[in-house]
Ligand binder design. Structure first.
Ligand SMILES: [Zn+2]
Length: 345
């Protein structure tokens, strides 16, 4: 039973009709075969009498003005605010998900808790709060595809950027159609082994995630990476080395990489990641050529600052997920004139 008015349901994109009233959703690599009156794995795309609908178009659970640093995005308009939206559902089931109370909702009776917000209202709200960008975050944006597509088109007209805080688990065709409207792609690279991905998230989608990040980068989207390091799961040197090699080989040495500490959450109860583990990974990455590695979820007096790759000067100081000082001049170091890859203005 659907508990809210059917006239707000929007037909989903990227699906095909299969035999016996089933539909094949082609948005993400699950490629769910969805029987009549059922949803796909994500819980928000439903086969209603042979048509696939998005159940969460125009529906959110939370909205807030966050510092862009909280996403984290460190090289994308530092010091500005992001109008941040979250909803229900996800296409993964990570054992350590910090937002499992919204990402793992599958009971449609809970959808009555969602609030309505049209694409026009999102853009108006972002403007009212002087936000530089709209951030689709908290839960996985991919499954909100149609809502994001429509809102981002309006955002462009209003001069507002759109950023996705994503797990990167999306099929190639829908990603390519969405990217012209997306300014920044902040993607989780949870680890660098297919087995690890399957153990942690339930699915072995590492190759899809890599391809998504590469596609976004190659199409001119600003890309930043996050890897949450879990002791004994994804901190082994071979895996870390492969990840660093991939960034250098397929992306760029200047792509910001946030290595963050894991803390027990949801179904995972390992001990928290020591700061020294992150510092070692950071030192390794820098020794191999990465220019911008940041430490997250741990106290670090310098691990969140941006250092000029040219002369070593601290050019942006950050603390507690906000910017304190930015001395770049039109994106360049004031001492050595090195031009950083940094969106400003
Ligand atoms: Zn410099």
């Amino acid at each position: 039973m659907i508990l809210y008015s059917e006239n707000i349901l929007i037909e989903a994109l990227f699906y095909s009709k299969e035999k016996e009233n089933t539909l094949r959703c082609r948005l993400c690599p699950h490629n769910c075969l969805i029987p009549r009156d059922k949803t796909g794995y994500c819980g928000v795309r439903r086969n209603n009498e042979g048509t696939l609908y998005s159940l969460t178009f125009g529906r959110i659970i939370s909205a807030a003005c966050d510092p862009v640093e909280k996403k984290p995005l460190y090289h994308f308009y530092p010091g500005t605010s992001a109008y941040s939206l979250g909803g229900f559902g996800c296409n993964l089931a990570c054992r350590h998900c910090q937002n499992h109370d919204i990402s793992q909702v599958r009971d449609e009776t809970s959808f009555s808790r969602l609030h309505s917000m049209t694409p026009e209202e999102i853009v108006d709200n972002a403007q009212f709060h002087h936000c530089k960008m709209i951030a689709w975050t908290y839960n996985e944006p991919t499954i909100w595809y149609e809502y994001i597509l429509e809102t981002s088109k309006l955002a462009i007209k209003a001069g507002i950027k759109t950023v996705l805080i994503t797990n990167g688990v999306i099929n190639s065709e829908p990603l390519k159609e969405l990217l012209p409207y997306i300014d920044a792609y902040r993607v989780d690279i949870k680890g660098f082994s297919k087995d690890f991905y399957k153990s942690l998230s339930g699915f072995p989608f590492l190759e899809t995630v890599k391809k998504s990040a590469e596609t976004a980068f190659n199409r001119g989207c600003h890309v930043e990476l996050v890897s949450n390091i879990i002791p004994g799961w994804n901190d082994d040197p071979p895996q870390i080395n492969r990840l660093i090699d991939w960034i250098l080989d397929k992306l760029d040495e200047s792509v910001p990489w946030h290595v963050t500490a894991y803390h027990p959450a949801y179904k995972l109860r390992e001990t928290s990641t020591p700061a020294e583990t992150l510092e070692k990974i950071s030192a390794l990455g820098k020794s191999l050529g990465l220019k911008h590695i940041y430490l997250g979820n741990v106290y670090s007096s310098t691990g969140n600052n941006t250092i000029c790759p040219g002369c070593g000067k601290t050019v942006i100081r950050r603390f507690a997920m906000s910017m304190e000082e930015n001395i770049l001049k039109e994106g360049c170091c004031p001492d050595c004139s090195y031009k950083l890859k940094m969106y400003q203005g």
